[in-house]
Design a protein around this ligand. Structure first.
Ligand code: FES
Length: 136
């Protein structure tokens, strides 16, 4: 696997992301609380540019002791990216869909060395979603 320096870690907003283009595919690199996460920019649903979607805190239901709902709130710890095509959401730290663990983004190796962000360029066989398209 070839490794590519995509620039200084300090050039990323936090939270923030950059889309890195290669010939024929893209990688989304996210920074959250100083940590980096990277995925192929290809949604497992129907191939949309998932990493370009809105970054938003996970919406969680607050359940009281009597098991009644106290409404919805934004998570203080979990951040999602929302695919711009059909709004599937994925946890940015894990790449996994919150309602279906089989639906996940293709993880890309990312490290920080001497303040520089390095990603592992996926081989051709890895440039497909983690699972075949899920369809509707
Ligand atoms: S292609 Fe991403 S939600 Fe449909």
């Amino acid at each position: 696997m070839r490794e590519v320096n995509i620039g200084s870690a300090s050039d990323f907003a936090d939270p923030g992301r950059k889309i890195i283009g290669f010939e024929g595919f893209e990688v989304g690199v996210f920074k959250l609380d100083g940590e980096f996460f990277a995925y192929l920019n290809l949604c497992p649903h129907m191939g949309g540019p998932v990493c370009q979607g809105k970054m938003i805190a996970k919406v969680e239901e607050i359940i009281a002791e009597d098991r009644t709902s106290k409404g919805m709130a934004f998570s203080k710890t979990r951040m999602h990216v929302v695919c711009p095509w059909h709004s599937y959401e994925f946890d940015i730290r894990t790449g996994v869909h919150p309602g279906n663990a089989r639906a996940r983004l293709r993880k890309i190796k990312v490290t920080v060395s001497d303040g520089e962000v390095i990603i592992g360029v996926p081989d051709a066989r890895e440039r497909v979603p983690a699972l075949p398209e899920m369809g509707e």
